[in-house]
Design a protein around this ligand. Structure first.
Ligand code: AMP
Length: 392
């Protein structure tokens, strides 16, 4: 359970409410159009609640990296369409005009401040900048789960100046992840894939204390296989993490966690859709070949585990799913999760992108909007953007 106050626990009527949303949406490189408005749609529940309760609403968010100076103009346009009301973009937060507009907002009116990462002060969590942002509100609502793992001016800094609570998206994310990992319907099966063991050590270690079964996929497989003395050809391997991989395998054994590695895989000489592919045992990959997806026997093995699970948590694709040649494993895992009766939780980032690509989003219990944030949550870390909010 989330022990933080939410927007429902405070009176927002007639108040200026500064809302940190996650409008970091993907834009088409050529047209600048939004290619997925999922994050905007996910923010609507909190915004509509505030509007229904007569708040004066000041939205803010980052988009893209600091230094890229990407405008939130397409987001303001999309929000206006979705909310059926003009959402004005305030381009210069230092201007007198912006102050004027914000201080004279009417109830239910909504404005959007320009990209908080237009300045380096945002990521530096600069208190002067945080104070300036805070001056636009009387209450702060953080609903940006995607950046909750970062202590930035608009996520953590502002909480030093305003009464601060969470929005519905953060509440939903934490409840789903917390329930899935800390209070799950058992057996709890975690599928961990992706490129590197190094970026998943924290998750693997934390999950060893929580899960009944751990299914490994993706490129990180080969560091584990190497640790077991298998032949991995030219597959990705983090040589300096072979010992860590061996340690994780040992710990799983000690803790009674069933940790399964793929038994077979799809291999190829290069990552391309034109190249010839073969199936072989995961520990007998010929020189010159790379393991790029789980094979048919592994798919069946993992599907069996998913079928009997009470909860399945997934982070990281099990193959190079961006290429048709190597997407089958990831697709079949997603399908098995969609078909199962288990509580199914997708931990954002690439796994969420894969589920979206296969059109299975609506058939999962929860698809997180925050890759990094959900990863840190699964590592058992506290998220500063959430920690800083008022306790219930
Ligand atoms: P991560 O950000 O660590 O979750 O890694 C996701 C990336 O891992 C995706 O872009 C996948 O294409 C990539 N990936 C998954 N399996 C493999 C593999 N066997 N070899 C190389 N890359 C992989």
């Amino acid at each position: 359970m989330i022990n933080k106050k939410s927007v429902k626990d405070i009176d927002v009527s007639s108040k200026r409410v500064l809302v940190r949303c996650d409008f970091n949406v993907p834009l088409d490189k050529e047209t600048g159009e939004i290619t997925s408005d999922k994050r905007i749609v996910e923010s609507l529940k909190t915004i509509c609640y505030l509007r229904d309760h007569n708040a004066k609403i000041v939205l803010c968010s980052h988009i893209g990296k600091t230094g890229k100076n990407i405008s939130l103009a397409p987001v303001a346009k999309r929000l206006s369409e979705l909310l059926n009301q003009e959402v004005r973009l305030l381009k210069d937060i230092d201007s007198e005009e912006t102050k004027n507009v914000v201080y004279h907002l009417a109830e239910k009116e909504i404005v959007l401040l320009e990209n908080t990462r237009m300045t380096e002060a945002e990521e530096a969590n600069d208190m002067e900048f945080a104070k300036k942002l805070a001056s636009f509100g009387e209450i702060f609502v953080n609903d940006a789960f995607g950046t909750a793992h970062r202590a930035h001016a608009s996520t953590e800094g502002v909480t030093h100046f305003l009464p601060s609570v969470c929005g519905f998206l953060i509440e939903k994310e934490i409840e789903a992840l917390d329930h899935g990992i800390n209070n799950p319907k058992r057996p709890l099966v975690a599928i961990i894939g992706g490129a590197k063991v190094s970026s998943k050590i924290g998750v693997l270690t934390n999950l060893l204390d929580k899960v009944d079964t751990l299914l490994i996929g993706g490129a990180m497989t080969y560091t584990f296989v190497k640790a077991q003395g298998g032949k991995i050809g030219n597959s990705l391997c983090e040589e300096d993490k072979v010992d860590v991989a061996a340690e994780i395998l040992k710990k799983a054994l000690e803790k009674g966690v069933r940790m399964l590695l793929p038994v077979d895989n799809v291999v190829a000489k290069e990552i391309s859709n034109d190249t010839e592919t073969k199936i072989c045992g995961v520990d007998e990959i010929p020189d010159g070949y790379m393991g790029l997806d789980i094979g048919p026997k592994t798919i069946e093995l993992y599907k069996g585990e998913i079928e009997v699970a009470g909860t399945v948590v997934w982070n990281g694709p099990v193959g190079v799913f961006e290429y048709q040649n190597f997407e089958k494993g990831t697709r079949e895992i997603a399908k098995a999760m969609a078909d199962s009766n288990a509580v199914t939780i997708i931990g954002g980032g690439d796994s969420a992108a894969a589920v979206e690509k296969f059109g299975l989003e609506d058939r999962m219990s929860h698809v997180s909007t925050g890759g990094g944030a959900s990863l840190e949550f699964m590592e058992g870390k506290k998220l500063p953007g959430i920690e800083a909010l008022q306790d219930k």
